[in-house]
Design a binder for this molecule. Structure first.
Ligand SMILES: [Zn+2]
Length: 461
């Protein structure tokens, strides 16, 4: 009865919030938890739960797993990016539940914030947990990386049935499988991702068990790779699914070859990831490893990933002298994340501008900027000559970049588009690109300026 009332209340509140166009997803869940504190643990056995957590790549990994579930005709519930705290997840699940307390769907596929994981995981006792990686992220919000990691371990501790899908190339992730008795599937790379530029290890330089410096057989980016500790012997675990050859990357797609350790043989799979960036290689391998752990058909899963739709708008290159303006429209957090992935994976010394407006066509609430992983820019910031914030909400963009941990001496606020183009192109090396990421109305204004100043006529051809 209590459950019925709680579910009903959540459904009514969600409807009301929709009617009043208030996008909030946390309020119904918050109230539900107040009325019925352990409601999540009561309903968790009624549906298969997959949780995806980690610093980077959660949203993309969730979307790839969603494609895989769809391809296998499994119905599922998923939470919107941004509703990945306990209250948002409670809202999502209770709103999807039928009034008789059952779910129509077979799976709940949940993206969950690393900091919220500690409290939500023990309640939901998920069937699968996918962990993407741990990087330093929003220190002000989450505290130390080690605290986050130990929070994730604490979260899983009393769910011994939970199957773990862990990034074996990440020494933090791997330690979860080492410290807990759960069944774990590790994924990673058995070869070097094509990378001639090395950012160096920033996080996780030292062994989590004995504080000695890790050595690497190969490294992909950041602290990810085939690591080992020369002192205590902690090393990357055996991988079940691994990237077996350097991926072939273009600006838009990445071709990959995977090797899967089956009981009695090695299976090889080839596929295409229709999103650029080496971060997405890991995300795809994580999704594939989930599909193996869940007993799905791998060929079918690979196909599903190849059909994955990119979230960002058209890209336009405009040549100005021997430099190129590359403009990519950003409409939402998912798209922005992918655009940033592309930018970071290039790892070239190119400046970048983010032009944020908040007119109706852009969405009047700029809080979505907090769902974008600008933190990933910190990995490449040493090689980037300049970051610019612009647009009506340029100041908000500045604050967001500051909290992302960028070196603010490299970041400037330039509201005047003419000055922005001048400065940006000056900071661009010969034959290089100046990346510009505008929201919709910002793009319109920016185009107008280009037409006026450079006489450019045709767009989006
Ligand atoms: Zn060690």
């Amino acid at each position: 009865m209590k459950l019925f009332a709680t579910v009903l209340m959540v459904k009514i509140l969600v409807k009301m919030l929709q009617i009043f166009k208030s996008g909030g997803t946390s309020l119904p869940g918050k109230l539900a938890t107040r009325i019925y504190p352990n409601v999540l643990s009561v309903i968790s056995r009624r549906i298969k739960i997959v949780m995806v957590t980690g610093t980077n790549g959660k949203t993309t990994t969730v979307r790839m797993i969603a494609e895989i579930l769809e391809k296998h005709d499994f119905s599922f519930i998923t939470n919107k990016s941004g509703a990945n705290l306990q209250s948002g997840i409670t809202t999502t699940l209770l709103n999807a539940m039928k009034l008789d307390g059952r779910f129509q769907e077979e799976y709940a596929l949940l993206e969950i914030d690393e900091a919220a994981f500690k409290t939500v995981c023990p309640l939901l006792k998920p069937d699968f947990v996918v962990v993407t990686n741990f990087f330093r992220d929003q220190l002000d919000r989450f505290g130390e990386l080690y605290t986050t990691l130990s929070g994730v371990k604490t979260g899983i501790k009393n769910s011994e049935e939970t199957v773990l899908i862990l990034n074996g190339d990440d020494s933090f992730c791997s330690s979860i499988g080492k410290d807990l008795p759960n069944k774990a599937y590790y994924y990673g790379t058995s070869s070097i991702l094509s990378d001639d530029n090395d950012y160096g290890v920033t996080d996780g330089k030292y062994c989590i068990y004995c504080k000695s410096k890790y050595s690497y057989h190969h490294r992909t980016y950041g602290h990810l790779g085939n690591f080992y500790c020369p002192e205590c012997g902690y090393r990357r675990p055996e991988l079940v699914v691994s990237l077996s050859e350097p991926p072939i990357m273009s600006d838009t797609v990445t071709k990959i070859r995977l090797s899967v350790a089956r009981q009695d043989h090695e299976q090889t799979l080839e596929g295409v990831i229709p999103v650029p960036g080496k971060y997405n290689v890991y995300n795809a391998v994580a999704a594939m490893t989930f599909s193996l752990a869940a007993g799905m058909e791998l060929e079918k899963s690979m196909e599903a990933i190849s059909e994955f739709e990119i979230g960002f708008g058209r890209m336009e290159d405009i040549a100005i002298g021997n430099k190129t303006l590359r403009i990519v429209l950003v409409k939402n957090a998912i798209g922005f994340n992918q655009v940033l992935d592309l930018f970071c994976s290039n790892n070239k010394p190119y400046p970048v501008a983010m032009i944020i407006n908040d007119l109706i066509a852009d969405g009047t609430d700029v809080s979505w900027l907090w769902d974008v992983d600008f933190e990933k820019l910190t990995v490449v910031q040493d090689s980037i000559p300049a970051f610019y914030a612009s647009g009506i909400r340029g100041e908000d963009m500045m604050i967001r970049l500051k909290y992302a941990g960028l070196n603010m001496r490299k970041v400037s606020l330039i509201k005047d588009y003419i000055m922005l183009v001048d400065k940006g192109l000056k900071a661009t090396p010969d034959n290089g690109y100046f990346y510009v990421f505008p929201t919709y109305t910002a793009l319109m204004g920016f185009r107008k300026l280009l037409v006026k100043k450079f006489g450019i006529k045709k767009f989006w051809k």
